[in-house]
Design a protein around this ligand. Sequence first.
Ligand SMILES: Cc1cc2nc3c(=O)[nH]c(=O)nc-3n(C[C@H](O)[C@H](O)[C@H](O)COP(=O)(O)OP(=O)(O)OC[C@H]3O[C@@H](n4cnc5c(N)ncnc54)[C@H](O)[C@@H]3O)c2cc1C
Length: 199
Amino acid sequence: MKIQGRLCVLTLERPHGYSYDAGQYCDIRIGEVSRSFSFLSIPSDGELKFGIEIVKDSLFSQALMSISGGEDILITQAQGRYQIDENYEKLTLLSGGIGVVPHLSFLDDLAIKGKLVMVRVLASYRGQEFFADKLKSFEGKGANVSITNTSTQSRFDFSDLSFAENEGVYICGSSEFVSNTIGDLSDRCTNLHFETFSG
Ligand SMILES: Cc1cc2nc3c(=O)[nH]c(=O)nc-3n(C[C@H](O)[C@H](O)[C@H](O)COP(=O)(O)OP(=O)(O)OC[C@H]3O[C@@H](n4cnc5c(N)ncnc54)[C@H](O)[C@@H]3O)c2cc1C
């Protein structure tokens, strides 16, 4: 487990035969507390990795911070349908805060399959820029990456964005981020997919 500010990267042994797709999530149980977390790792990795925001007053964050090693951490089977449809010619990935996690898994997975082309990445943060360096590492390798931090900058202005007919738009973050973004884009793009990070 690695902690950097409010980010915890949790690495777990991958159970034998455990399968998942990039963009999916599972429930992680520590003691009595269970919450859903998207995979940060990709299916070809040997370990399972998660990027977890440490939240004040969160029961799960408290349970996570109390781990000293040796505890049982239970995970469910992979769930969810937030997955890239590889038939799209272009992709736009829009995240708010820790909602960047499944998008990193998408990017790594596409890169390893040699399919990282025409991907536009927009990540918005309100404070700590989770995995911003990792995101920037995809710049110029088939992805165009823009990051904004609303603690010092204004929100993304989506009014200038245009979308191709066969473009998949993926939105992930808090329910407020997801609903605002869908509201901004729904009249201009048809292929919207979203994952909401709320309990
Ligand atoms: C599909 C999905 C993927 C997610 N991926 C990530 C990720 O990659 N990284 C990340 O940091 N966060 C992720 N989250 C958010 C994460 O699951 C927690 O919501 C977040 O860590 C805040 O946890 P919390 O303890 O404050 O409770 P919250 O989820 O904010 O819920 C508030 C309250 O609701 C109740 N509650 C919520 N869920 C449960 C439950 N399962 N069982 C019992 N009571 C419950 C509890 O009383 C809790 O205190 C994801 C959420 C979803 C739905």
